[in-house]
Design a protein around this ligand. Structure first.
Ligand code: ZN
Length: 133
């Protein structure tokens, strides 16, 4: 597992939050993207070699909408860059971690992503991501 790739923050109103985080970071987000299969709209800020991803649910069944309903807005997940996502999944399963989707899915920002259940990682939702191509 390499560096922290990004930190994901669940927000209710992406446009409003884009303004808040632009004011915080002193620069605007560099892209927005909708991942329809996940029911989310995202925006990304670049900070050095790390990113911050804001996520807004686009419907009430979206994992982001459900998260906000339960816990309110805030840090949703931490994403780590990996070189070979399939071998990482195998390694982590063997080590006893609970993998939410063993088959990597296409996430935002041109990445293959796998999530680990927070119950096996001290309450933190972990995303593994591998750049596509
Ligand atoms: Zn993410």
């Amino acid at each position: 597992m390499n560096k922290i790739e990004h930190i994901g923050i669940a927000v209710k109103d992406l446009e409003k939050s884009n303004e808040i985080f632009a004011a915080l970071f002193g620069k605007p987000h560099y892209k927005t993207e909708e991942v329809e299969s996940e029911g989310v709209k995202t925006s990304f800020f670049q900070l050095g070699s790390n990113k911050v991803e804001l996520l807004e649910g686009t419907n009430e069944n979206s994992p982001i909408s459900k998260f906000i309903e339960k816990k309110g807005e805030g840090v949703h997940h931490i994403a780590f860059a990996v070189d070979d996502i399939l071998s990482e999944v195998t390694r982590l399963k063997e080590a006893g971690f609970v993998v939410l989707n063993e088959i990597p899915k296409k996430g935002a920002d041109n990445k293959l992503v796998v999530f680990l259940h927070p119950k096996s990682t001290n309450g933190v939702l972990i995303e593994l991501c591998q750049e596509i191509g």
